[in-house]
Design a protein around this ligand. Structure first.
Ligand code: SF4
Length: 328
């Protein structure tokens, strides 16, 4: 076993100050980090346990909107009555991830910062630019059926594993954090990044930042939102493809729509082109398929993950068809 120090700061400022020490890593639920430590992928010199910090509340705002503390468990988030009623896709996404035991332990902040499940990232004997910059990417010629078709780079084709992040992208959530220069917030669209030539970086958070909460803005459209996930087995698996969507149809025409996809890119993929194609279009399966194709036009599948193109198209058509057929 590799020795490491353990600290449990009493306040958020103390946590950020401790993180300045080289080799420090935040610990919350530990459901991803501890696994990576066992595998030798994460080798921290110091764990900064933030589990005792005051971020376990869900606040609702009078004008609509919700603030979720970073240490709210995934289970408590999914069960929160306001979240379940006003943002059902968020609750469904959380419940689609992991097992009940893991959801009890895992936190919202940790969910957003979990690392890719690319098998080469998790195997220290393999070449991986994310784990060991400059070493190469064994996934390109190897096993990549579950990896990215959109927004990838020569250096990395990893996917973001979070179901929650997909739903948060759909509702335009923002992430609050405490950085070395004080409190700040970042749109979930800017939180995550494409791998480019720095796949070792998962997010645009300043180094040492502590996520403190997530804000879901008032979004009437989201009250009818849904999350749908396709995976290799019925339980406890990461997505092969997923979608969070909300749609407003008036007189048979799409008035407004939001679509985000999961398991297709290094980040939750907001399908902006598909949304543009759908607004003002008839709410038909043909329109939904054309919109998905507009988004997928930029896909660059590899040898074994091209199935994701029809998967995402069909997932989008089927979910939007179900949602619009249910519209009075
Ligand atoms: Fe590493 Fe990314 Fe290549 Fe996977 S896809 S081996 S995470 S560089």
């Amino acid at each position: 076993m590799r020795p490491f120090e353990y600290e449990r700061p009493e306040d958020p400022a103390g946590a950020v100050a401790t993180m300045v020490k080289p080799g420090s890593t935040y610990l919350a639920g530990g459901t991803n980090l501890v696994d990576l430590m066992k595998l030798g992928v994460a080798t921290p010199d110091r764990l900064v346990d933030v589990g005792g910090l005051p971020y376990r509340d869900v606040e609702t705002f009078d004008g609509g909107g919700v603030r979720i503390g970073a240490l709210v468990s995934n289970t408590d988030l999914a069960r929160h009555p306001v979240v379940a009623a006003a943002y059902p896709a968020v609750a469904e996404a959380v419940l689609a991830g992991a097992s009940g035991q893991l959801r009890n332990r895992a936190t919202v902040g940790g969910n957003l910062l979990q690392r890719t499940r690319c098998r080469y990232f998790q195997d220290v004997t393999k070449a991986c630019n994310k784990r060991d910059p400059g070493s190469g990417c064994d996934a390109r010629a190897g096993e990549h059926h579950d990896l990215a078709i959109l927004g990838a780079s020569e250096q990395c084709i990893a996917t973001n594993p979070s179901d929650l992040a997909v739903a948060l992208s759909m509702v335009d959530a923002s992430v609050q954090y405490l950085g070395p220069h004080g409190p700040a917030a970042i749109s979930v669209h800017d939180l995550y990044r494409r791998p480019g030539d720095r796949p070792d970086l998962d997010t645009n958070l300043p180094p040492g930042s502590l996520i403190t909460g997530v804000v879901l803005p008032d979004c009437p459209l989201a009250t009818g939102s849904r999350y749908r996930k396709v995976r290799d087995r019925a339980s406890f698996a990461f997505a092969a493809g997923s979608i969070a969507a909300a749609v407003d149809v008036r007189d048979g025409v799409v008035h407004d729509v939001r679509i985000a996809w999961g398991a297709v890119a290094h980040l939750p993929w907001r399908a902006w082109a598909a949304e543009r194609a759908l607004r003002g279009a008839p709410a038909t399966a043909e329109s939904f398929a054309a919109a998905a194709d507009a988004e997928l036009a930029g896909a660059k599948p590899l040898r074994d993950n091209g199935y994701k193109i029809p998967l995402l198209r069909n997932l989008t058509v089927e979910l939007l068809r179900e949602m619009t057929e249910a519209t009075p």
